[in-house]
Design a protein around this ligand. Sequence first.
Ligand code: SF4
Length: 316
Amino acid sequence: MSRGLEMDDPIEVVSPEQFKALEKTINYETPAGGFKLPSGYLSNSQVEMYLRCPTQYEFRYVKSIRSPPSAAMSHGRGTHKALEVTHHHIVDHGEPASTEEVESAFSDEFDGVLAEIPKEAQAEDGLDLPQLKNVGLSLVRIYNSKYAPAVRPSVGKDNVRGIEKRFAVSVAGVPMVGVIDLIDTNSEGVLSKMESDSMTLHGKEIPAILRTAIADFKTKSKSMSETEVAGSLQLTLYSYVEQIPAVRIDQLLKLKTPKITRITALRTARDHAWLKHVVYGVAKAIHAGVFPPCDPTAWVCSEKWCGFHSICRGKK
Ligand code: SF4
């Protein structure tokens, strides 16, 4: 009869070589007829929602209940639009768009999305709407003057630009879709400044793969940590799709004094293998209709962070 692991049982240490050999034996079997997924595919946000709380995923994607949009959405959409405009301008004209162009791209998108949001959901993070809009305008100005001049978006042989680039791929037999904010071919992602200066000094050209990074833009009130960026499944997915190891997050921080910070990280074949494990595991659980609630003490399981809280745990 089998028994559970006891405290004094010897622990087997698996070497990296053994782990690699083990990986090769994993067979990602696709169910006959494919995975039964509510929308026919997964995205990074679906996988992340399932991992945060499977019941939340069930409300949103299986029962198609939407939580109301928030002012944060108009802010995020506005900054993304402004950055998209300036990146296309760089490809077309070799330099960022004018300040007026990025401000107007932000404003139009911000106002358009806001018009769809109920009035009571429009105040956020202690910032009123005019403040929120001003913070967004400051952030796109800062990005446009300090970061955009060095950006060189990729342009593929098929002329597809690495700007809001869409993809549809299979990850361990699971169909996945997504949009990559930016593929920057002039990034310092992989080499340190000292390493790249040293190569240049010795007359060596830095290979394109070492200068290219996938960038994702986050509009946030609180900065992500380096550990979060190092583990981000979203960045691992993008790195896997494009087979580009360097990834980075440009955080547009909507603080009373707005600022932008950049965190870079690398992804390896081992991270890509782990991505397959995670995506396959989530797809299998969704296919089987397994949607348990999360830990009730988790931060997400609160009225503030879960839009389904009252229908899930009852009204107070
Ligand atoms: S209330 Fe908690 S368990 Fe229910 S959906 Fe929200 S996060 Fe999940």
